[in-house]
Design a protein around this ligand. Structure first.
Ligand code: NDP
Ligand code: GDP
Length: 361
């Protein structure tokens, strides 16, 4: 059973002992000096923002990267002289063991995943290996190699899937609708299980969609802002999408990486929803993006292409982040129009003359 907040206190069955105490952030809240963080998925959207934030707090930051034939350090290029990179792959237990033992981290953030729902339908097994069993491998590496380290698992609102209530909170039952969602449910429970079995400080952030100028181009938000910028600049004529109807609770990624840190620096481990509490359709997102470039009659530019639709989709997500607000002092402040503006403006910059000549990357 997950935890229930009552009057600023809560019972925690997710630890090996039952605790009933107010949640406080650790005194080191504003200063991580001397602490070491190991981030998996550092080359991704969230990993790069989290690395920046931890460096600002005085952490020594270690990022795990896997071997690729062409290095993918675009998001962390500006940090490379301030962070340490260690080799490792969530598919390979020994490499995780070695990474954890060599870094001796105080905090481990597991952000690595096959994170794209669409691909999880065509590559379900690799999604399970990386996103589900990969999290278990890392938990095991931490348990055996750095048992006092705090562990953060990037869980997902996709676990709610066919939602059983709205808005969704920490008590809402899971009903995943994709191999990705199923894999994230496994990883969520693995994290809870290591907390309960071994007393590890292991916590989940149940994160609703969060986007930014660094979002991968396959996700609908970035696909739209990039596509609209291309249309505005005369580089494309159409934007093909799978559906305009589904609804998401979209926030701004750096606020969600701040939540990850707050979760690991609370006085007790636990599971927290991160969300804005607002839900918007893909169509609203598209309209805001076209508005930003001054195109009001946008429908002729958009076509529905079923190749981008999913065998089963999540129709409607809307999160309640009340627990994170009350216990960790966290709220998502960026609203959708501001998020769309930031993303469209950045894509215009990247695709414009300065960006294409490489001076604005
Ligand atoms: P990204 O897809 O941008 O980043 C994923 C990261 O995982 C990349 O650094 C990637 O490395 C790494 N990775 C993939 N496979 C492996 C592997 N086998 N071994 C080691 N590393 C690997 O994701 P985000 O930054 O957007 O998300 C971070 C985490 O939060 C993910 O776990 C995601 O599922 C979760 N999440 C994200 C949400 C969102 O809206 N962004 C919402 C809810 C949860 P490489 O660069 O080499 O491919
Ligand atoms: P997700 O919530 O993790 O699946 O994030 P996505 O950005 O991939 O998808 C958000 C929603 O947008 C889902 O309901 C998708 O079905 C919908 N969507 C509609 N058209 C597209 C498209 O062309 N690409 C993607 N990625 N999603 C689309």
């Amino acid at each position: 059973m997950r935890t229930t907040p009552r009057d600023g206190t809560q019972e925690r069955e997710g630890t090996n002992r039952r605790l009933k105490a107010p949640i406080r952030l650790r005194p080191l809240m504003a200063d991580g000096s001397g602490k070491r963080a190991l981030i998996t998925g550092i080359t991704g959207q969230d990993g790069s923002f989290l690395a920046e934030q931890l460096l600002t707090k005085g952490y020594e930051v270690y990022g795990m990267i896997r071997r690729l034939s062409t290095p993918n350090t675009r998001n962390i290029g500006h940090l490379l002289d301030r962070i340490h990179l260690v080799d490792g792959d969530l598919l390979d237990q020994a490499s995780l063991q070695t990474a954890v033992q060599s870094v001796e981290p105080d905090e481990v953030y597991n952000l690595a995943a096959q994170s794209f729902v669409g691909v999880s339908f065509t590559q379900p097994v690799v999604t399970a290996e990386v996103t589900a069993v990969g999290a278990l491998r890392l938990l095991e590496a931490v348990r055996t190699g750095a048992e006092d380290a705090r562990f953060f698992q990037a869980s997902s609102s996709e676990m709610f899937g066919k939602v059983q209530e709205s808005p969704q909170n920490e008590e809402t039952p899971f009903y995943p609708r994709s191999p990705y969602g199923v894999a994230k449910v496994y990883a969520y429970w693995a994290c809870v299980n290591y907390r309960e079995s071994y007393g590890m400080f292991a916590s989940n952030g149940i994160l609703f969609n969060h986007e930014s100028e660094r979002r991968g181009h396959e996700f609908v938000t970035r696909k739209v802002t990039d596509g609209v910028a291309r249309i505005k600049l005369g580089l494309a004529k159409k934007l093909a999408l799978g559906t305009l109807e589904t609804r998401r609770d979209w926030g701004y990624a750096p606020e969600y990486t701040d939540l990850m840190w707050r979760i690991l620096n609370a006085s007790q481990p636990g599971d927290y929803v991160g969300a804005t509490g607002e839900t918007h359709s893909v169509e609203e997102f598209v309209q805001l993006a076209f508005d930003r470039v001054g195109i009001t009659d946008w429908k002729p530019y958009v076509e529905i292409d079923r190749r981008f639709a999913r065998p089963a989709d999540v129709d409607h997500l809307c999160g309640n982040a009340g627990r994170a607000r009350e216990e960790l002092g966290w709220t998502a402040s960026t609203r959708l129009p501001d998020l769309v503006r930031k993303m469209v403006d950045r894509d215009l910059e990247l695709l414009g003359p300065a960006g294409r000549s490489g001076s604005s990357s």
